[in-house]
Design a protein around this ligand. Sequence first.
Ligand code: NIG
Ligand code: FE
Length: 397
Amino acid sequence: MESDTAQDGTEARSYGLIEDGAIGFSRGRIAWIGPHAALPAETRAQQTYDAHGRCITPGLIDAHTHLIYGGNRAHEFEMRLSGASYEDIAQGGGGILSTVLATRTAGCDALTAAAAARLARMCSEGVTTVEIKSGYGLDLETELHMLRIARRLGERLPVTVCTTFLGAHTVPPEFKESPDEYIRFVCEDVMPAAAREGLVDAVDAFCERIAFTPEQVARVFDAAKRLGLPVKLHADQLSDYGGAALAAHYGALSADHLEHTSVSGIDALARAGTVAVLLPGAYYFLREANAPPVAELRAGGVPIAIATDCNPGTSPLVSLLLAVNMACTLFRLTPAEALAGVTRNAARALGLSHEIGTLAVRKRADFIVWDVAHPVELAYAIGANPAHAIYKDGRPV
Ligand code: NIG
Ligand code: FE
């Protein structure tokens, strides 16, 4: 069982393991946690459940997804395997823009059904909180539509959905010649409308030569601040463009990707307390050569989260446990770090540390009973789904 409680011994400490533990919960919240032997004698539970030595962790948190989209980009996968780069395809009008077209023209039912299927798959593997971004509409109607679908998915499935407005994902065809005018539209028209409808938990942007400059992103972040919305950033994914420092300057919840982040960017993240969200699925799928600077992030004390980045272009990945495994094999995180990356640090990346991410009294009773004897097995196995039982807000799923 993984909890806030630090135990003696480095191995147990790194996982926060409680041997032979017990959890009590009531009204969807954790009421008691500790070694079974320490359970107060007067404790009376309406129901008890014996996990028979199985391992229990907090519900998993996927803090970065683009789960809602029309179509797929399998054909671009073929093109990249024949030598075209992600940037080449984007500059040729494919990439994000091809998904924008497919999303704008997909019917509501088709868009919802495809996203629900992906999300159900994630939930079956222990995800109880997911972040979902807009960013494939890039017009007022479709951006709001995506965010409404995201909210509805959270009502239909046993998962908490955090929405992120990603209007500044790329420049849509209507604004091809006037990207600054598009930023004005995002800041003054779309973002306020989405926020008014309660559809925005955070604001994101794509800071990259093929997307938006740091100056344009700053305008988006200023608009978010005016609306009282936290920010996060797709930073330094394809080149060092100062994204990490920019995110830190704005006190972002997270800076995501970071394959090309420099030492000064890492220092800035450390000082700001911004979480580094690493996305091994995108690194793997784009066959990137630069891994994010994990040793430096670790040395600087930057909290590291791991997410799927589930999207049709760079990471068609619906398994958060596979992302955990890849974080270890490709990025050299320890299994304990990678698991903290989809629990404790992922909660922090969503600004929800007070609610989820660890097993602690008063937090939500979101937890998973796994068919494993030790949590390292969650990072070790590939393609196995060891989820034995899933509890969301104290209710078995
Ligand atoms: O996180 N980099 C920007 N956004 C996505 C990719 C989106 C796409 O290619 O459709 C990412 O990698
Ligand atoms: Fe992304």
